[in-house]
Write a protein that binds this ligand. Structure first.
Ligand code: PLP
Ligand code: COI
Length: 368
């Protein structure tokens, strides 16, 4: 671990801020992850020296040694969380310390150094304050924050790098899926798996996403928006989706029951997933974890017991699942329409995040 005293970030903002009109044009219909703000944060790590040279500087390309080990062996992790315009004015982020903790859990799994949680959050606060004008005010929009860490030592030996680079980018974001908030069609893949026991499924590492792209392409070729992953051992149990967790709604004896696949070590422990368990309980909904096989999914739909399914995540917020395709055929959920539970939870979550509902759990972190 680092023996260095706590570094501070040097502020080196752009001497020529972007004119308001140009920024406004870039922020129009931002979609997801296509537009970046004017600044970024960098910090370096070296074995024996710890974290150092933290700086906020203009957004721009990096210069890297082609032997940097991330380019060869993929030691790379990332996070995603958002800053929201608050109804009463100001900007706040949602549970950033949870992302800091998960970042460090990912770091441990990839044999990378941890970053003190306060530094992670301080970096985000600085960037949001600097680029505050880039936080969209439109409903359903926010500033997506993307922290990442890569192995930067120039060395081809297969071992943990002794140098790392932490980066933080910010990107104004609207809906994750093209077409806005509408029920999506998902492809249940039985050809590929995302994560096996003992693997990196619960870490947010770049390799997990690289390995998912072929299945995602297969999904698109079949007219689907996203892949649903099954467990690696039996290829039966529903785990999660490409970049989001999954929830199911059942009607049991007049009661609404909300269930999400349990964290077996192969799923990413989503912060939205965890928050929805609590928010749903606040709303009086019976919410919990379970295991669901593809056969049971079909049965529950056929018997009318499953009334809704939806995906959740920072980027996707809550996105209803309207159609399920796979080797088992094609199923429709709730007539392909957005259901009342997904709508209610989505509204409750967004109201909380935008400061128009009370923050009972102390989840919002005021930035400016
Ligand atoms: N599962 C995967 C594979 C993800 O990439 C994400 C997104 O971060 C999630 C789930 C949802 O996690 P969170 O709610 O923390 O954004
Ligand atoms: C997020 O929701 O933050 C994600 O990381 C999902 C995806 C864009 C990878």
């Amino acid at each position: 671990m680092s023996t260095a005293t706590r570094p501070s970030f040097e502020l080196r903002p752009s001497p020529s801020p972007m004119p308001d009109g140009e920024r406004a044009a870039r922020m129009e219909n931002p979609g997801f992850g296509r537009v970046f703000t004017e600044h970024m944060v960098l910090m370096r790590y070296a074995e024996g020296r710890g974290w150092h040279d933290g700086v906020l500087q203009p957004y721009g390309p990096l210069s890297m040694d082609p032997a940097s080990s991330v380019l060869h062996y993929g030691q790379a992790i990332f996070e995603g969380f958002k800053a929201y315009h608050q109804t009463g004015g100001g900007v706040a982020t949602f549970r950033p310390f949870e992302n800091a903790r998960r970042f460090n859990a990912s770091a441990r799994r990839l044999a990378m150094p941890e970053l003190p949680e306060e530094l992670f959050v301080e970096a985000a606060d600085l960037l949001v304050r600097q680029d505050r004008a880039w936080v969209p005010a439109e409903p359903g929009c926010s500033l997506y924050l993307r922290p990442l860490m890569i192995a930067s030592e120039a060395a081809l030996g297969v071992r943990p790098s002794q140098e790392y680079l932490f980066l933080l980018l910010a990107s104004p974001a609207g809906a994750y899926f093209q077409g806005g908030v509408r029920p999506v069609t998902v492809w249940v893949t039985e050809d590929y798996v995302r994560a096996a026991p003992g693997g990196t499924g619960s870490a947010k590492c770049a390799g997990n996403y690289a390995a998912s792209l072929l299945a995602q392409r297969q999904a698109l070729e079949r007219g689907c928006d996203q892949v649903v992953w099954l467990d690696a051992l039996e290829r039966r149990f529903v785990e999660e989706m490409g970049g989001m967790n999954i929830y199911f709604v059942f009607e049991e004896g007049g009661r609404t029951v909300l269930r999400t696949p349990q964290l077996t070590g192969t799923l990413l422990p989503g912060i939205t997933r965890a928050s929805l368990l609590e928010l749903a309980r606040d709303l009086g909904i019976d919410a919990g974890e379970f295991r669901l096989s593809v056969e049971e999914w079909g049965q529950a739909l056929a018997e009318g017991r499953m009334t809704e399914a939806f995906a959740c995540g920072t980027a996707a917020v809550i996105t209803p699942i309207g159609t399920v395709k796979g080797r088992q055929g094609t199923w429709t959920v709730n007539g392909g329409e957005t259901g009342p539970v997904a709508t209610r939870l989505r509204e409750a979550l967004l109201q909380l995040q935008h400061g128009s509902a009370p923050d009972r759990h102390g989840w919002m972190h005021r930035v400016c």
